[in-house]
Design a binder for this molecule. Structure first.
Ligand code: GTR
Length: 322
């Protein structure tokens, strides 16, 4: 064999070996800091995807919303600039109106009730709505129970009236705050601490782990425990990426997503206990709502709106009935 021909064969073999190990780099968007249950769960997803695809898919996790705020990330995922993301249903639902009902106040009793539905038939329906809009759900995460917290003491629904309350960039949340006769101020998550410090808002609302991780508890020490929204979150893959995956790869992504969701829910429950301890120790005051019914009644128009819509009525009735 002539030397140059041998060289050519060698080159071909090297190319083929290179191709079979071709790596695909993927970007995962995350709003939370290191150590947070969501962050840890996405990292475990990334690791499992890497292992199951023998290193083909390398997921890099961009935490702390470094790639942009949530509404921007929703668009980035749709356009394919980001491949994977973990979203709260609030901002996500503005891009997928079919899941708006998931944000309704006082809909789910607790996380167990929410997951009974999300892990079942209804979850599949919401996932189908999301897929049609460009988001493939690979895991339902826990956004926990959200409550209001304010710089000044609050011990009744009427104390919230007239207050400027930070909300997520999401229609249902804006509407909810208006129905409490308060003023909604939609702000990105990372801007809330400054807004509380600079009196741009009087209150915000969130779950305990976020109340703690953001440091909001240092300024808004008065928590009015309303648990007004039990909030679903989802780990999603863009349909742009999904369409490129073969059958086995899709199965690998789905299995890694399902496993990460279970991990997340477990870490979440531990984090709630920890956040309660930390914030209480640092002086946060918790006032539990005695009777939520006046607040529930105020939400009537929101429920009326989604009951009137034949596209969402059935889902709403299913959740309320069980
Ligand atoms: C957190 C949630 C984030 C974000 C944030 C907010 O609880 O995990 O995705 O939605 O609330 O209020 O902006």
């Amino acid at each position: 064999m002539r030397a140059s021909f041998k060289g050519f064969l060698f080159l071909l073999a090297a190319l083929a070996a290179g191709l079979s190990h071709a790596q695909v780099k993927l970007r995962a968007w995350n709003i939370h800091p290191e150590g947070y249950p969501v962050t840890e769960a996405i990292k475990s997803f990334a690791e499992d995807v890497g292992k199951a695809t023998r290193g083909k898919y390398q997921v890099e996790v961009f935490s702390n919303a470094t790639l942009g705020d949530q509404p921007k990330a929703v668009q980035m995922l749709k356009s394919g600039e980001v491949d994977i993301a973990e979203f709260s249903s609030g901002p996500l639902s503005d891009a997928v109106p079919g899941i708006k009902v998931l944000n309704l106040p006082f809909l789910f009793k607790d996380s167990a009730h929410m997951f009974r539905h999300l892990d079942g038939k209804l979850g599949e329906r919401f996932a189908a709505n999301l897929k049609a809009a460009g988001f493939v759900v690979v895991g339902w995460y826990d956004g926990g129970a959200r409550s209001f917290y304010c710089v000044k003491p609050v011990s009744s629904v009427s104390d919230l009236a007239g207050k400027k309350i930070r909300v997520q960039q999401s229609d249902v949340y804006i509407e909810m705050v208006k129905l409490l006769n308060a003023t909604p101020v939609a702000l990105p998550f990372k801007d809330v601490l400054d807004a509380l410090q600079q009196d741009k808002v009087d209150c915000a609302e969130n779950n305990l782990p976020s109340y703690e991780s953001t440091g909001h508890y240092k300024v808004a020490k008065n928590v009015y425990v309303t648990s007004h929204v039990i909030s679903p979150e989802a780990l999603v893959v863009s349909t742009k990426l999904w369409d490129k995956l073969d059958k086995d790869e899709r199965a690998a992504f789905s299995a890694a997503g399902a496993k990460s969701a279970l991990l997340m829910r477990d870490l979440w429950n531990k984090r709630i206990t920890l956040a309660l301890e930390t914030t209480t120790r640092q002086g946060a005051q918790f006032v539990k709502v005695k009777d939520a019914s006046p607040m529930v009644r105020r939400m009537g128009p929101l429920y009326g709106k989604y009951m009137a819509d034949p596209k969402t009525r059935e889902e709403l009735l299913t959740i309320i009935a069980d």
